[in-house]
Design a protein around this ligand. Sequence first.
Ligand SMILES: NC(=O)c1ccc[n+]([C@@H]2O[C@H](COP(=O)([O-])OP(=O)(O)OC[C@H]3O[C@@H](n4cnc5c(N)ncnc54)[C@H](OP(=O)(O)O)[C@@H]3O)[C@@H](O)[C@H]2O)c1
Length: 344
Amino acid sequence: MVTVRLALAGVGNVGRGFLELLRDKSALVRDSYGLDLQMVAAADRSGVVAEAAGLDPVELLALKQSGQGVAAYPGGQAGLSAQEMLGLVEADVLLEATLTDLKTGQPGLDLMRAAFERGLHVVSANKGPIVLAYRDLLARAGTAGRDLRFSAAVCGALPTVNIGQRDLVACRIEKIEGIFNSTTNYILGAMTTGAEFETALTEAQRVGVAEADPSLDIEGWDTANKLVILANSVLGYPAQLDEVEVIGIQAITPGALQAASAANRVIKLLALALRRPDGTYRLRVAPTPLPLDHPLARTRGWEMGIVYTTDIMGVQTASVDERGPVPTGAAMLRDVISIYRQRG
Ligand SMILES: NC(=O)c1ccc[n+]([C@@H]2O[C@H](COP(=O)([O-])OP(=O)(O)OC[C@H]3O[C@@H](n4cnc5c(N)ncnc54)[C@H](OP(=O)(O)O)[C@@H]3O)[C@@H](O)[C@H]2O)c1
């Protein structure tokens, strides 16, 4: 049995989803993978709590559900930062689930760097640092002899990164197509049946999937971020966000969607990476009419999907219907387990 000491930064929707899995799946992880997962530290905006003997995920969940921060946990310390958390207790893996900031990558970026300096592996749901500093982080992980995993950052549980990095061995990837944002997919679906944009958006917010500020989703930037991560990590193409052509769904009308339907097409907010003859990729995010027999045309409502077109492994499609943050927490658990399985 290997003990894996976890330090969690960010105890919001995703962090709490991970804690629920720690509560519900720890016995299975012990029995099936020989890993004893111990949460030894947690940080949110209230401060930090660290305990080498392990924190109780149920107690942490109860605290957060009652509206309190982790500093209120017995022994918790108000006002300390997530980086300071790393100095309070020995840990093996940093779980990064703080907010995505696409201008600075902070606080996640410096936290990940500090984790590698201290010899921790990093598992991130946070896109910001991966979009802005993938190569830098990978180099630091290499220097430290540690792993950087971020399968949760690109569509949560949908194995977009894993299929591309692990399974498409020796392939040349000609094309990636993806529906990477369930909020916009839901809105477009509702508008196809006649709803106005604002009504569809309000409904998406009511069921708790759209952000309170949904502009990153609607304007296509959330999808573009995920495409940049795949370009860097799967295609080996060092893309930056500013080279992605991005058109959101804000100008789409119910009339345009219904006209597409009448022509046996369905409009989706499609992410596209298309290989050029020189080996670079054209990167685009835009509302795109798909024929009804396209694998992603069937991706409805809250679903997301990806299609890899390869030279030697055919055309591979994966899709997911995932609701709420638990599948993203599950993707972080997948990353933790796969680090230790890979290392034997
Ligand atoms: N929600 C999803 O389904 C989903 C899916 C894939 C990826 N992601 C990514 O996962 C990450 C977390 O998402 P979420 O939905 O859980 O967000 P969230 O509910 O807003 O939670 C964010 C957490 O980060 C904490 N935090 C913010 N600034 C911090 C700081 N400076 N130091 C320490 N903690 C800080 C917050 O503390 P307080 O609790 O004190 O406010 C909160 O616990 C984001 O990067 C998001 O893009 C989310």
